[in-house]
Design a protein around this ligand. Sequence first.
Ligand code: ADP
Ligand code: ZN
Ligand code: ZN
Length: 804
Amino acid sequence: MIARVIVDVPTGQTDRLFDYLIPNQWQGVINVGMRVVVPFGPRHIQGFVIDITSSSEVKKLKSIVDVLDLTPVLTEELLELGEWLTETTLCFKISAYQVMLPAAMRSKVKKEIRILSDGDKLPASVATWFQKRSSVRWEEIVQSDPGLLKDFQHELKKGRLDVFYHVKDQVSKKTHKVVRPNGEGDDIEAAIARFDARADKQKLVMEHFLDQRQEIPVHDLVEKLKVSRTTIKALVQKGMLIESEVEVYRDPYKERTFQPTKPLPLTNEQQQVIAPILDSVENQSHKTFLLHGVTGSGKTEIYLQSIQRVLEKGKEAIVLVPEISLTPQMVNRFKSRFGSQVAVLHSALSKGEKYDEWRKIHRGEVRVVVGARSAIFAPFENLGIIIIDEEHESSYKQEENPRYHARDVAIYRGHYYSCPVVLGSATPSLETYARAQKGVYHLLPLLTRVNDIKMPSVDIIDMREELREGNRSMFSRALYDRLNDRLEKGEQSVLFLNRRGYSTFVMCRDCGYVATCPHCDISLTFHRSQHAMKCHYCGHQERMPSTCQSCESEHIRFFGSGTQKVEEELAKVLPGARVIRMDVDTTRRKGSHERLLTAFGEGKADILLGTQMIAKGLDFPNITLVGVLAADSMLHIPDFRSAERTFQLLTQVSGRAGRHEKEGEVIIQSYTPEHYSIQQVREHNYLDYFQEEMNVRKQSGYPPYYFLTVVTVSHSELANVVSVTEKITRFLHEQLQSNHTVILGPVASPIPRIKDRYRYQCMIKYKNEPSLVKVLREVQQHYVRETTKGDLHLSIDMNPYMMM
Ligand code: ADP
Ligand code: ZN
Ligand code: ZN
């Protein structure tokens, strides 16, 4: 038999199937969706088996040298999904498959086969390996007789064995020692009788196993019986106890206890929106819903109860949450409803932890996954619902190959499994809402907050006016008064500062010189804690200069304002206020994010000051004031979505106020208060905002009226970049001729140089361009070939979210 393999060499020439012979002993063992090691040129590399056939056009075939899995890691469905990803994002096949698996599976891992509890039933060929031990190294078996893997695979399927992977990080934490008695009850009694008087500790241990014969962690035994590890070791040496190691999942939420919660009786409005979702679950019909609910309207309860129905039907659920709102608070809501059936996948986990969670899914030990973007690839085989919370978040788009959007993958999988996809948001993306209006998605509106809680009142303060009237502080008088008022009442406030566009840059007051990165065309950012300037794109770092590089003046300062500066200012104007600051600096350490939030929740501070990371998910009853220090910082980023993002962020932040009995108030400070994306926040009127934004998009020819594709070329020589981009643009002009297609460029990218590479781009706007993928493939193939000699880089983004 012949395996057709996609190899781990991401280049244009190798982006196809390669044929390899399956050695006799692995006929039947090797299956589609498994990873294998194959000879490729002088090296041995990893690959995925995509197909198995009996003939090949190639005459002299090489053989597969190793099998990495005994059960497929990619299901038929995921293999098909990979094909689709390749087609829709123009990526290499190998990238499409790799993105679906945890990173740990790419690295070299040591494998062991372990015996599970009912090991007695193993056939002799397998059992002999486990006579004196509980695990066997994979290589030992392969080296002794590769044909044995077939027997092992068989037992693995029966659940008597398990493959155990040593992932490099935190190996030590992954296992613990357990002991069980050797023999039956009579044996134990006999052994106890034989102990002499001095061995009373050993006796104690054996007595434990008289009425309790299961294995027990050594650690627990030591605690429980107050004996030492040496005592237990002695018993193992005497052959009375059998020691083995068992895997402990590195569950980051293990230490916590979850208060179980019950489904809440739904409000009328909630009942109306959940009905069509449950129908879709019942009828197993794929539909995409847009659950458009204001902040605090009880969307999460809808998710929970929909999932419950899915679980009752024996199916599985994926819930996507943006990385930054994947807080313990959020996770708890799912864990406390569904307990240990929930796995969590997010980037703060170590490689090993992610891998553990993935394996729980793969082995069917959990049925709900809550996670960030890549959790959309959870290897479930009986999906019953996919939920994307905050569907408008741009982090659902991956900004490297494969440049997929989780929403598209969700709909693909929903289609495959005939199950509903629920997109939830208070501020849906324009694309999504437009589709809902057209009836492509099914609109489910939740227009009021639960329990008739009012939306907070929003005041917009014109900061130019403040300046005119002599207030030079970063706090308007209105905001200052409200903060003071909350302090007196003992209520809490949240102060929000947008990090993007608000970083501190270093400028000379005499000549206007701004310190920029020597490798990228952007200004350096001042970092107070290290007293250094850093480039956010390439990581270049230099000391804060004492004089200007251009005119040698000593009046060189940092400008702009970060959270640290606001904190200092707060200390001056409201000396009595206790402040908790949350930004990248204060939350770098693992667990600090949660610690700070818990402290705030417990009332240990009056003001929570922070960046994006506090915009979401905060739900504390005592927050009655939200202040936004500079609403326009995002508005001026050169991106057609900047107004949309401003509206979304402001609405999100406002939603943190007055979510419970006490009424909430929001103060938004702005230098462009007349802008519609800021004004509409006051009215809590998404639809009006939507209409206005749609008009702008229509006039300027952007999504959702047009589709966008951006081709970016980069190279260390500017002339080269320009000429290649020109050629590509010309080629596109010749090839794409639909009426509505517009090709713009070549122009320098918004950031024209990163890491000493110049960047040029051309943009395609189109409504319907059936040959686009084919044409872009040609561009790719042509220039990928050039890449090999010229270090030219070409990237194609079929649906860009980062215009920078
Ligand atoms: P959203 O996700 O739309 O912002 P949440 O799901 O967080 O809203 O709900 C806001 C608050 O209302 C939460 O404290 C939640 O527990 C509560 N809640 C939701 N549904 C109900 C209900 N049917 N009855 C009572 N309280 C509810
Ligand atoms: Zn740089
Ligand atoms: Zn100067």
